[in-house]
Design a protein around this ligand. Sequence first.
Ligand code: PHE
Length: 345
Amino acid sequence: MSAEIFEKVKQIIAEIESATPQTKEEVEAFRIQYLGTKNQIKPLMGEMRNIPNEEKKAYGQLVNQAKSVAEAKFNALKERAESAADEATAGDIDLTAPAVVEELGSRHPISVTQNKIIDIFGRIGFKVAEDREIEDDWHNFSAMNTPEDHPARDMQDTFYLKDSTSMLLRTHTSSVQARTMKYQKPPIRIIAPGRVYRNETISARAHCQFHQVEGLYVDENVSFADMKQTLLYFAQEMYGPQTKIRLRPSYFPFTEPSAEMDVSCFICDTKGCNVCKYTGWVEIMGCGMVDPKVLENCDIDSEKYTGFAFGMGIERQAMMLYKITDIRLLFENDVRFLKQFTSAI
Ligand code: PHE
């Protein structure tokens, strides 16, 4: 009889040893079975009264062994579960890892320069007008008094769309003059920034794509003096109050008279340096009085209205402002280059 009871305890010890609870639930079931208030080991102690005296000690020890095996096993299981839990959290977040530094973006120097120009003209009432880069022949050339056989078309090597003789990539923002005058009526006072394209060999000074800002003012009694004063204001706001301007006679099909405007070199103040190529002056734009023919092409009464227009390249001015010596840097988007520019506008 007692041998049977001994056997039962040994069997329970064997069961405890071979148990392999894995999940949290299984471990908890193990605890309840062997260590809980109604565990399987407790009633074994009650069997003591059926054990002959000379065997009581050995029996007591065996039951205690069952208890300690169960406790040891449970503690080991608990420890394993805890370190597994630690590892799992560690996989999600490593609080000791160095922080990832987010790179702060900055505006492109072309945008900064363009925004400066827009801001300066905005203060005297010029509104931004933007339009398409893929343009038709009429708005880019014909309306601007540059008919098909006009030699001025050779001045601007044009990219035509494939298999088209009339659709092209605009060669200048003057196309926005035509669009605005055709579809709005005076008074017109706009500034038109945007990308333009010309089939030119890429070099340190020229690119097949670049940016221009066009200006147009059409109203009654607009004079050449108005233009000169407006452009002087712009030059001094852009390059400093000491800046002087110089208008040299020039030719554009869409303006009459036409001029090119130079500003006194803001690096050397006309003393001569390599930015102004030792001339003291830097050319920044073309300008002139809107040719009456252009007004008529856009259905504006040229007897009643006059206007002035100007167009300037942005790259050239960005290069001057930031002393950039190669235009290609402005299109390559090398982060090491771009990182050097910061601006509030
Ligand atoms: N469109 C001319 C150019 O690209 C610039 C210009 C604009 C000249 C307006 C006069 C008036 O060279």
